[in-house]
Design a protein around this ligand. Structure first.
Ligand SMILES: Nc1ncnc2c1ncn2[C@@H]1O[C@H](COP(=O)(O)OP(=O)(O)OP(=O)(O)O)[C@@H](O)[C@H]1O
Ligand SMILES: [Mg+2]
Length: 242
């Protein structure tokens, strides 16, 4: 199974395969999260208004610092599942237990208010399509600063310093902060997107490779950066691969 994917096998803790057809249902266990887990998804289900059941009874777990691979053919619901975990979509069924930095557990599927806001800081997305995901009318500094401003984590001089530190962390020269995304190469734009994703110190990052038509060297640079950030920040990844 792993041979078909683009993820280096040595990096992946385990792999979940999504199937288009309904899987055999496992017995539902009581929803109590093991203390050593970061994320515990049970029996997740999402049906679109069209009636299509795009996510069908998915269960998976992620430990702190682990990289989980998610594979499956086109249309098997990988991207939709990722969007449920980020609460872009509201799944109708299941539990998405997430352990926050303070140790408390939140069900992301039903979280509201400050619980939901905190989860949105701790679970972020890295887009593999750096062109489509960066606002062309904003400077790199503004793009990276935006999540910090939204979360009211920094302002003024402190914000400027955080942006510069983030640029350095992802291998970008802070002197380029006032440039616009079009002035950067594809690989550099991915670094901008990564800096934006880690700005609010998340603990879980979802990387969806769906739209990537990256050449091999760009892809391996991106993986190197993701592994470096994992080491530095203790990140967990859910790595979605065609
Ligand atoms: N917003 C939406 N409304 C209705 N149907 C959708 C929506 N988004 C996706 N779908 C359908 O849900 C199913 C799962 O799509 P999804 O994009 O999650 O698959 P995927 O596994 O990510 O595929 P790929 O490998 O091509 O990226 C597909 O049949 C798709 O057409
Ligand atoms: Mg997809």
């Amino acid at each position: 199974m792993l041979r078909r994917t683009t993820i280096p096998a040595c990096w992946i803790g385990s792999v979940v395969k999504l199937e288009k057809k309904a899987e055999i249902r496992v017995d539902r266990e009581p929803v109590e999260m093991a203390p050593d887990l970061l994320l515990d998804v049970r029996n997740l289900g999402l049906t679109f208004p069209s009636g299509l059941k795009a996510v069908n009874d998915i269960s998976l777990t992620v430990s702190p610092g682990e990289t989980l691979g998610v594979v499956g053919e086109s249309g098997s619901g990988k991207t939709t599942m990722g969007r449920c975990l980020l609460r872009v979509y509201d799944a109708q069924e299941g539990v998405i237990n997430f352990r926050r930095a303070d140790g408390s557990v939140v069900d992301v599927r039903t979280a509201q208010g400050e619980d939901l806001r905190s989860v949105r800081r701790e679970i972020r997305m890295i887009f593999q399509d750096p062109v489509g995901s960066l606002n062309p009318r904003k400077t790199v500094a503004d793009i990276i600063a935006e999540p910090l401003k939204l979360a009211r984590l920094a302002k003024g001089k402190e914000l400027d310093e955080r942006v510069a530190a983030l640029m350095e962390q992802v291998g970008l020269d802070p002197a380029w902060r006032e440039r616009y995304p079009h002035a950067f190469s594809g690989g550099q734009r991915q670094r901008i997107g990564s800096a934006r994703a880690i700005a609010v110190k998340p603990r879980l990052i979802i990387a969806d490779e769906a739209t990537s038509a990256l050449d091999v060297s760009l892809r391996s640079q991106m993986l190197d950066l993701m592994m470096k950030l994992q080491d530095e920040m203790g990140l967990s990844y859910i790595f979605i691969s065609p």
